[in-house]
Design a protein around this ligand. Structure first.
Ligand SMILES: Nc1ncnc2c1ncn2[C@@H]1O[C@H](COP(=O)(O)OP(=O)(O)O)[C@@H](O)[C@H]1O
Ligand SMILES: [Mg+2]
Length: 148
């Protein structure tokens, strides 16, 4: 299979369409007969990343690149950036407002879950410029992802 690249835009504070990019990614992976476990891991990461862009970030997108060996999911936004990335990576840390917590968001588990569910996780953020998260998922020769 040659490389497949697709970009899914995400709009800040757009709670009406929030989640659509990750659903579209899931549907694309399904149409490619991706292993169920691998698809689940990518979906979790896509959804958490998308919600972070909508809730905390700016305008952005989810960029998916699939080839024979791996799936790369890049999530970028041009929002306010993260003050302290190390702190943001801690389980339970969240700056979500009371309003979002009432809606069930702000558990502070998004970034830790993205790290746990990806094979390679990298995050870069600059105050006032935005945030970039790259996650890589390896595809095993059998077509299956790493069992977790
Ligand atoms: N794209 C982003 N832009 C700005 N801040 C972010 C972004 N993603 C995450 N953060 C910061 O990192 C914190 C932790 O994120 P996360 O683990 O997903 O928890 P939650 O979204 O529940 O707050 C957020 O509360 C926010 O302060
Ligand atoms: Mg989150």
């Amino acid at each position: 299979m040659s490389t497949l690249k697709k970009i899914f835009p995400v709009n800040k504070k757009d709670f009406i369409h929030a989640g659509e990019a990750s659903i579209n990614i899931k549907n694309l992976l399904k149409s490619l007969n991706t292993d169920a476990k691998l698809m689940r891991r990518i979906s979790i990461c896509g959804y958490e990343g998308e919600m972070n862009v909508v809730m905390h970030g700016g305008e952005g997108d989810l960029a998916l690149e699939i080839d024979k060996e791996s799936v790369v999911l890049d999530i970028s936004d041009n929002g306010p950036g993260i003050d302290n990335v190390e702190l943001a990576m801690c389980e339970g840390y969240s700056t979500a407002s009371e309003k979002f917590r009432k809606l069930g968001f702000g558990a502070g588990m998004g970034l830790p879950n993205m790290k746990r569910n990806s094979d390679v996780f990298a995050i870069e953020s600059e105050k006032g410029k935005g945030t970039f998260v790259r996650m890589v998922f390896y595809i095993e020769p059998s077509g299956e992802g790493h069992g977790r």
